[in-house]
Design a binder for this molecule. Sequence first.
Ligand code: AQP
Length: 340
Amino acid sequence: MTEVVHTPRVFSGIQPSGGLTLGNYLGALKRFVEMQNSGIETLYCMVDLHAITVWQNPDDLRHATRELAAGFIASGLDPQKSILFNQSQVSAHAELAWVFNCVARMGWLNRMTQFKDKAGKNRENASVGLFSYPNLMASDILIYKATQVPVGDDQKQHLELTRDIAAKFNNDFGVDHFPITEPKIEGAATRVMSLRDGAKKMSKSDPSDASRINMTDDAETIAKKIRKAKTDPDGLPSEIEGLTDRAEAKNLVNIYAALADMSVEQVLAECGGKQFSEFKPMLSDLAVAKLSPISGEMARLMEDTSEIDRILGDGARKANAIAQPILEETYDIVGLIRSK
Ligand code: AQP
């Protein structure tokens, strides 16, 4: 088998299943911008087909998709530098996902912890789409032969599955067609936790709004949520070991470090010994300083949704131009006849 050197290409996506959270921003979006600015080819997607694995009100979904696009652009993604689009406008994602439904094994999907978490006790009532979600995610990535995927830590298992699918496809058909994609899980806040429970991930679909900071929250709301964030009675340690078994304290320090572009060690060297009554206002001020320019720009962009739709349409055309030949090549490898 000839070994192919795959051109470096970055793909990642976020679901428009609610508003963007600080977790999405620090774990994913901030890294998307860094990768875009490193000069590598980047494609970023509003994964609306993933969002509907759980029922969405259609008007809310349309609004959330446009607002997510506004969040991408306001955070620094430039439609001239990155391809920005919504998933459902590039049908090759869904088509390749079907092929992967036939490659991935039931046993692999049965091990996915996100499905278990999201389906909860009522597994029999979960949608089939929620179960096969990781196959669509593998398709999102491999339809562009993406070599790198910036994500938060919660997506690690799904990316391992993507690698398994690529390897099985290549092996089953004796080709070196799909790259074995590298996850990029980096930075001080790869898993931002809920402000109310340090054992739970901050999530846009958490029923408690107090558990998360939304990118659209105003300064007063951000300050209030941080003031009320759960902590323990001790102050900040000066060494990282002092955060062991202190999930909530660790979370606030990680958030500070990621927002300030500092390491956790640097934050503790500066703030060690402070009580949370002193550290929380510092964190609020920093969060407001970093997030309010983004939320302001999001609001401005949302005043003209036709411009957002134009950007998404333009991005979808560019994405389609990359995806379609890869889909055709894949169908040919599988043995599906394509009439010219
Ligand atoms: N709390 C988090 N900390 C760090 N990164 C996070 N991400 C999500 N939450 C955190 C990263 O954001 C990207 C987009 O995630 P997604 O929208 O596709 O779905 P998700 O991971 O399931 O995020 P949510 O907010 O929890 O959405 P819902 O509530 O709809 O399920 C991914 O890179 C993810 O790692």
